[in-house]
Design a protein around this ligand. Sequence first.
Ligand SMILES: NC(=O)c1ccc[n+]([C@@H]2O[C@H](COP(=O)([O-])OP(=O)(O)OC[C@H]3O[C@@H](n4cnc5c(N)ncnc54)[C@H](OP(=O)(O)O)[C@@H]3O)[C@@H](O)[C@H]2O)c1
Length: 308
Amino acid sequence: MKAIVVTDQAAGTAGMKLVERPEPQGEGANYGDVVVQVHASGFTGDELSWPSTWIDRLGRDRTPSIPGHELAGVVTALSYGTTGLSVGQRVFGLTDWTRDGTLAEYVGVEARNLAPLPGDVDFTVGAALVMPGLTAWQGLFEHGRLRAGQTVLVHGAAGVVGSMASQLAREAGAYVIGTGRAGGRQTALDFGAQEFVDLDNDALEDVGGVDLVFDVLGGDIAKRSAGVIRAGGTLVTITGPTEARPADGLTIDFVVVPDRAQLSEVVQRVRHGRLRTNIGNVAALDDAVAAFNPTERIKGKTIIRVRQ
Ligand SMILES: NC(=O)c1ccc[n+]([C@@H]2O[C@H](COP(=O)([O-])OP(=O)(O)OC[C@H]3O[C@@H](n4cnc5c(N)ncnc54)[C@H](OP(=O)(O)O)[C@@H]3O)[C@@H](O)[C@H]2O)c1
C-alpha cells in the first residue's frame, strides 16, 4: 500500500516521504483490531514532536512510522473481539498514537476507537470531525461540566477546535464568548460565538465572571484567563500543563481520547445540520507531504483524501 512515513526524528518534516508499505492484515492481528481502508485522513501539525511518533509503549523505536491518527473509511477485515463492527461498514475515529497511523491506504486500529459513519456523511467531513469533535466534547462536557445557562469563553474560536467548541457549547444552551485575532472575528461569530474578544486589541480582563474557559492557546493567555473565571469555575486547556488556577476552581489539561459514543453524538449533529466542520484544505495522499508542510498559514483543518 502507499503510505507516508517518517524515519528520522532529527530530519523533522523534511524526512517525510511517500513509500510502499505492507498492508496491515486482519488475520493474526491483535485482539479487537480491524483493518480499515482509509478514505480520508487527518493529522496534527506537531505530530513529529510527539514521543509516540517515534517509540511504542515499551519505549522501543517504531520507525518507520506512519503519522496521522484521524480517519474515515471502510472496514475490510476483522479480528476476534471486534464487537459492533462488520466488514464493509463505514467508520470514523481516532487511532492509537503509538501505532502506525492513517496517512496510508489501510490502517489497523482497535474497533473500540471507531464509530459507524452514517451513509449520508462524506468521508472528508467524517475525518474532519474526529479530533476537533472529540476534543471539544471532552473539554466542554466531561472536563468542563458545562451546563445550559452557563457562560464559556472559547479561545481561538475561529480555529479548528475552537469553532467546534463554540458550536457545541451554544447548542448545549451556554452563552459563548469567542476570542482570537481581529481577522477571526466574523468566522468565530459564524460558528456560534455571541461575542468576540480580539486578543490583540481588546482587554481580556474586561470579560467578567465566566463559568468555563476552553483554552487552545496556552502560555500567557491561559494564565490571564484564570482571572476572568468566577469563583469555583473551571479552566480547561489542551496545550499542556499550566500553573494558571481560577480562584477556588479547577484547572484541567487533557489529551483527547477515542470515544465511540461521543463520535456518534457529534456526527448526528452534523446530519441534522446543527454542527459543521471547519475544513481549510483537502489534498491527495500523493500531495500529503506538501500539505503537512504548508508554505503559508492555512486556516481550518487539512484533510488528506486518500481514496477519491
Ligand atoms: N490536547 C489535545 O487533545 C489537543 C487536541 C487537538 C488540538 N490540540 C492543540 O490545540 C491547539 C489548537 O488547535 P487548532 O487545530 O484548533 O488550531 P488552529 O485551527 O490554528 O486554531 C487556533 C486559533 O487561535 C488563533 N490564535 C493563535 N494564536 C493566537 C494568539 N496569540 N492570539 C489570538 N489568537 C490566536 C488562530 O488564529 P490564526 O489562524 O490567525 O493564527 C486560530 O484561529 C494546537 O496547539 C493543537 O496542537 C490539542
